[in-house]
Design a binder for this molecule. Structure first.
Ligand code: SF4
Length: 402
């Protein structure tokens, strides 16, 4: 059981973030917010995929004006989820000029590096905080090393400095800038349970380093994400590595996996990766887990691969019905194993498992239920009989939805 870091609890449009609340999945649209129907469609698809909060770009007057239309359309479609406004450079102007947007957004995301030059920073930031207080909205102070305050760097980095020192300065600057902004927000009257922080960098070791440090310095909930992770498998692996290490240490209250999509408009992959991270760490189980071995020279055929696929398909096709009928069915573990080496052992650890025969083994497949061998399957009907046993197990062991 992972012990979570003790933080303030921040309510974002009814979704509470921090401490022992579930780790929340976030995502962000890549449609122009000026396009209401495309943005609403994407928010719906992200929510349907499992994103609990969705962030939208608010970068100009038209996008700010459209926030209310986006919210109304979502209500019409019965999508009730927190929407976060992502502001850079002009938050103080847009939130002042479009009070309806300020009122219906559930959180404002601000980047301390993009609020204004040092002479303007205080006034602009104070204006935003005043609006947040008036509307009872939380903020996320989200630093990013790509947009660290230029003044900070110019004042601190000395020509000819070693790369190691430079990285240290960036890290220090990033942490300082978000903590100072949070402290200034509190001084202006925003309560501590209205603040979430993030410090995004694009290197895995740096991200772990930065978050480990900031986690030790404050009680604000932290939003985790490896920024600009890239595209494809490498980006997924980097994000999984960074987020898993931190989450396993109890650090992180909301997560986002930022992937460059294959094509514009398709964003659900990043939500899917977040779900898999939480599920792998046993922080949340969304559907039954299938434990299956990779196969090796001991497997005599593709049968165990086909059976694994069949079981996964059966789960995917049955989940909606199972969830409507049985409480907690997503927590079942099913093993499909290729031979006697690890097959019986893994099958015994699962709720229900089958150990298929490997090369030169007797052509029979023992089935284990909660650690006990209950039957042995043989012949062409193994798949159907095993699926029937899974259905029987669920009906017997999970309480019916009343
Ligand atoms: S369980 Fe058997 S078939 Fe599967 S990987 Fe292990 S040794 Fe190979």
């Amino acid at each position: 059981m992972i012990k979570r870091r003790d933080t303030y609890n921040v309510d974002v449009g009814g979704v509470v973030i921090g401490s022992s609340n579930p780790i929340r999945i976030q995502s962000m649209t890549n449609t122009p917010t000026e396009d209401v129907s495309a943005t609403v469609d994407q928010i719906k698809s992200l929510f349907d995929a499992g994103s609990e909060l969705v962030r939208v770009t608010v970068n100009n007057e038209k996008s700010a004006k459209n926030i209310i239309n986006i919210r109304n359309l979502l209500i019409k479609y019965n999508y009730n989820l927190p929407i976060i406004g992502d502001f850079h450079y002009n938050a103080h102007i847009l939130l002042s000029d479009y009070p309806e947007a300020a009122n219906v957004l559930d959180k404002y995301r601000l980047n301390p590096g993009n609020i204004g030059t040092s002479s303007k920073y205080d006034d602009n930031f104070a204006k935003i905080i005043e609006i947040a207080i008036k509307n009872a909205k939380p903020i996320r102070i989200g630093g990013n090393w790509g947009s660290l305050s230029k003044q900070y760097l110019e004042n601190t980095v000395i020509e000819g400095q070693k790369a190691d020192d430079y990285e240290h300065i960036i890290k220090k600057g990033l942490i300082d800038s978000v903590l100072k902004s949070a402290s200034y927000a509190e001084k202006l009257g925003l309560s501590s349970d209205k603040i979430i922080l993030s410090c995004k960098v694009s290197s895995v070791p740096q991200l772990i380093d930065v978050y480990t440090e900031i986690a030790s310095k404050c009680k604000y909930p932290l939003h985790l994400g490896l920024t600009e992770a890239g595209m494809g498998d490498e980006a997924v692996v980097s994000s999984v590595a960074a987020l898993s290490i931190l989450l396993n240490q109890g650090i992180g209250d909301t997560i986002r996996v930022s992937l460059t999509p294959d094509k514009m408009g398709i964003r659900t992959k990043e939500v899917e990766v977040c779900r898999n991270i939480l599920s792998s760490l046993n922080l949340k189980q969304y559907k039954p887990k299938v434990i299956s071995c990779p196969g090796c020279g001991r497997t005599s055929s593709n049968y165990f691969i086909d059976l694994t696929k069949d079981i996964n398909n059966h789960i995917n096709n049955s989940m909606i019905e199972w969830k409507s009928k049985y409480i907690g069915v997503e927590e079942i573990n099913i093993a499909v194993m290729g031979c006697i080496v690890n097959g019986p052992g893994e099958s015994k650890h699962a709720n229900i498992g089958i150990s298929l025969p490997g090369t030169n083994e007797s052509p029979s497949a023992p089935v284990f239920v909660d650690g006990e061998k209950v039957t042995t399957l043989k012949g062409d009907s193994i798949k159907d009989e095993f699926i029937a046993l899974i259905e029987e197990y669920i009906a017997k062991n999970y309480k019916k939805v009343s």
